[in-house]
Design a protein around this ligand. Structure first.
Ligand SMILES: Cc1cc2nc3c(=O)[nH]c(=O)nc-3n(C[C@H](O)[C@H](O)[C@H](O)COP(=O)(O)OP(=O)(O)OC[C@H]3O[C@@H](n4cnc5c(N)ncnc54)[C@H](O)[C@@H]3O)c2cc1C
Length: 474
């Protein structure tokens, strides 16, 4: 007997219902909730009534074992299965572009254990970022991963998209804050990785799943590093004479061993269009906010040395109240009236590079995106917000006020020009937003032959290709 696609679908549905009961839904209004994350083409298509993706079935498991069951059923029936956390991703990563099953992970919302001695928390994948933070703060602890999307994103999404938060310069990205995880793979059942991230018992499997965006398995829980809520958090603001002067001063500061928690340097356009409206003053120049935290004396020393090095590089030290105001209003950037809305086109060219290349990457984005599209009103606001011993990243937010009838083609052309310029200048195409659909076409250019190795790993873990198919260029 031949099985038609719709018969196959009802087979899967029946098997899922037998296993998970009312956790399974095919109600149209439920399916409609999973047609767009925050990827611009997905929002654009959904607004036009022609969504890029729609699942056939949504399952909201209540336990980690149920997640493993869903993955096993999907694998057995050769049906696509796509993990969905908070849906705040910007790359189209959680869109079910080939239909199939969406696993809504928000039912896995348990904080399982807090170890105050080792300062770790074990949380299920669907725990919301804001809630996790509130519960930890009540105990004098914090999880120092504060993405601007903290109110929507989940623990699983943080890890799967290899994200970063505003305090990353001191505490690291998500991969630095992760000890271990539990994951459901098509091979069957749940797998725990080694309990600590530093060991010599073979290759590090925890990190294999960081940034895998649901293409290798579904993360069901994770153990994360905490820190105490700092005794003191101090702010400073300076204006550098140029991007080059600022980059060099901050490089020296970090390489001397200082660890400001926030380092956010806006170029002149971003100072005028993003920083100034939010802090409520008319400003121009290379405005930079720092925060220093921890024990009071140590934070004061870091502040003093950072400002000395900035001054040596020609910076003007400004009223620290500007830094504090920026901190208090830092999420305003993502809410009306500051956030763009359709029919605008927007996107974030998020590029990372070593210090020897970062200026070239900045200049390349300027020449490839800011200048050529200025006549259609494009604004490219660039800031540098996550700093490392070896380099930094550029967050290049572009907005075109009205995309017009060919908005999608224009969107794709801006990305193509931006990515080509950044890669040619020696940049790596993403620091913390992930790949999804958006950057899949650039994975060969980014990785060369290493993409084949990734595909071999994918084929070994997911031989039937059911895990989030069509993503990451895999
Ligand atoms: C306004 C705004 C600001 C943002 N700011 C930041 C920022 O400061 N820093 C930052 O890093 N990102 C930021 N982002 C991007 C996004 O919020 C992050 O990538 C976030 O980590 C995604 O989490 P999520 O739970 O919403 O994941 P989703 O969007 O649901 O999914 C993202 C990807 O991860 C996969 N996935 C989700 N959960 C799991 C799981 N349990 N197991 C396996 N795969 C899974 C999905 O299939 C998808 O591929 C921002 C987004 C917005 C809209």
């Amino acid at each position: 007997m031949t099985t038609t696609p719709s018969a196959a679908r009802s087979n899967v549905e029946a098997t899922l219902i037998a296993a998970l009961g009312d956790a399974v839904s095919t109600a149209p209004e439920r399916l409609d909730a999973f047609v767009a994350d925050t990827y611009w083409p997905a929002l654009h298509a959904a607004a036009a009534g022609t969504p890029l993706a729609r699942p056939d079935i949504v399952v909201r498991p209540r336990t980690e074992d149920e997640v493993a069951e869903v993955v096993a059923i999907a694998n057995e029936h050769r049906t696509p299965v796509v993990p969905w956390g908070g849906g705040s991703g910007t790359q189209g990563g959680c869109l079910p572009i080939r239909g199939g099953i969406v696993i809504d992970l928000c039912g896995l919302d348990q904080i399982l254990a807090i170890d105050e001695r080792s300062m770790t928390v074990t949380a299920q994948a669907g725990v919301n970022g804001r809630r996790l933070e509130a519960e930890l703060n009540a105990r004098g602890l914090m999880f120092p991963h504060y993405p601007a999307s903290v109110e929507w994103a989940t623990v699983g999404g943080y890890i799967a998209a290899r994200g970063s938060g505003v305090l990353s310069t001191r505490y690291g990205k998500i991969e630095d804050l992760l000890l271990s995880l539990r994951v459901a793979t098509p091979a069957g059942g749940l797998m725990d990785t080694v309990a600590v991230p530093r060991h010599a018992v073979g290759p590090e499997l925890t990190q294999l799943f960081v940034g895998s965006e649901g293409t290798l398995g579904v993360i069901t829980s994770a153990t994360l590093q905490l820190v105490p809520v700092p005794a003191e958090r101090r702010f400073a603001a300076v204006s550098f004479p140029s991007i080059a002067a600022g980059t060099d001063a901050i490089r020296r500061t970090l390489q001397l061993g200082h660890r400001p928690s926030v380092v956010r340097m806006y170029d002149d356009v971003a100072t005028q269009l993003t920083f100034a409206p939010v802090v409520g003053e008319e400003l121009s120049g290379v405005y930079t906010v720092f925060a220093f935290e921890g024990e009071a004396e140590a934070a004061q020393l870091e502040e003093r040395r950072t400002l000395e090095l900035a001054t040596e590089a020609g910076a003007t030290v400004l009223d620290p109240a500007l830094g504090r105001r920026w901190w208090d209003r830092r999420y305003d950037f993502y809410h009306p009236p500051h956030n763009p809305e359709l029919p605008s086109i927007w996107g974030t060219l998020d590029v990372v590079a070593t210090y020897d290349r970062i200026q070239a990457v900045y200049d390349a984005l300027h020449s490839a995106v800011r200048e050529p599209y200025a006549d259609i009103g494009l604004e490219l606001r660039m800031h540098f917000s996550h700093w490392y011993l070896w380099g930094t990243m550029i967050y290049g937010r572009f907005v075109v006020p009205d995309g017009g009838p060919d908005a999608l083609a224009l969107h794709d052309r801006i990305w193509e020009d931006g990515m080509t310029a950044a890669l040619d200048a020696g940049g790596v195409m993403n620091d913390h937003h992930g790949v999804g659909i958006k950057l899949g076409p650039y994975m060969r250019r980014q990785h060369g032959a290493a993409l084949d190795t990734m595909r071999q790993i994918k084929a070994a873990l997911d031989p039937n290709g059911v895990m989030n198919p069509g993503k990451m260029g895999l």
